[in-house]
Design a binder for this molecule. Structure first.
Ligand SMILES: [Zn+2]
Length: 261
């Protein structure tokens, strides 16, 4: 079961605005002049307690902050409604694809859409708010799951590529009913190419399905060469798959190639 508690955290919103310089320049300059140490501290560590809290309080009194807070609250209501409508089918999807009973409860701090941000901040918490989600509600759903899964998996690129395969690729396809999926990070590209033959076996895709998928992904390999591992790989659960892939990547030369679109 994946449970997401949605909330708007007024203090965290203010901290984040300072740490990312996401505010009108005049006011940013004013805060910089008056609270330089605290400003610099927050830029290095958004959660630091070693600051003058007046920097937060002054920011929170500004009209643009009050507007952003309202926008965050509206976004939170919209996203929560959308999640509640879709949670059951997403939980069932995750059960099928992970092949384990996920037991994860996380908190999503929702930001205004124009923050265009999504990041897991540790302690089973993530932040999310993206303009794309106001145009495509499945985009929100996919990245809520993506950020939540960072609280379950490890932090290496292989695990990140697996998270992307689960959410950005397969969940996006499931929700949108298309083969097209959302783009993943460029820094996981190499892992995607390496794990692709095994990911297809893990999902027990038929040869025809893999060929169709390759027309879209453009990641080419000799499907027949991997068939011998189908029986074993298709029976793994997600944790076993990751352990298996970490070993594989160390020990063999991969024969996949990638055609740039
Ligand atoms: Zn990620």
């Amino acid at each position: 079961m994946l449970k997401i508690n949605f909330q708007v955290n007024e203090e965290y919103l203010a901290r984040r605005m300072i740490s990312t310089n996401n505010m009108p320049t005049d006011f940013a300059n004013y805060l910089w002049d008056k609270y330089r140490d605290s400003y610099q501290t927050l830029q290095k560590n958004v959660a630091s307690n070693n600051i003058d809290m007046n920097i937060i309080k002054e920011l929170q009194k500004q009209d643009f902050f009050i507007q952003a807070l309202k926008s965050a609250n509206d976004n939170c209501t919209r996203i929560k409604n959308n999640w509640d409508k879709n949670q059951e089918q997403i939980v069932n999807f995750l059960k099928r694809i992970l092949k384990i009973d996920l037991n994860l409860e996380v908190t999503g701090f929702i930001f205004p859409p124009n923050f265009n941000t999504g990041v897991n901040i540790g302690n089973n918490c993530f932040v999310w708010g993206h303009m794309q989600g106001t145009k495509d509600e499945n985009y929100d759903l996919v990245y809520l799951v993506h950020e939540a899964l960072h609280s379950y998996f490890e932090k290496d690129n292989m695990s990140h590529a697996i998270i992307e395969n689960i959410s950005d690729v397969e969940l996006a396809r499931f929700l949108n009913g298309t083969i097209k999926h959302y783009p993943y990070h460029s820094f996981t590209q190499e892992e995607h190419i390496k794990i692709y033959p095994y990911w297809n076996l893990y999902l027990n895709k038929t040869k025809e399905e893999i060929l169709k998928d390759q027309e879209y992904t453009k990641i080419m390999y000799d499907i027949d060469k991997y068939e011998i591992e189908r029986d074993f790989v298709s029976k793994l659960d997600i944790n076993q798959l990751i352990d298996f892939l970490k070993e594989k990547i160390k020990s063999i030369e991969f024969e996949t190639s990638y055609e740039i679109l």
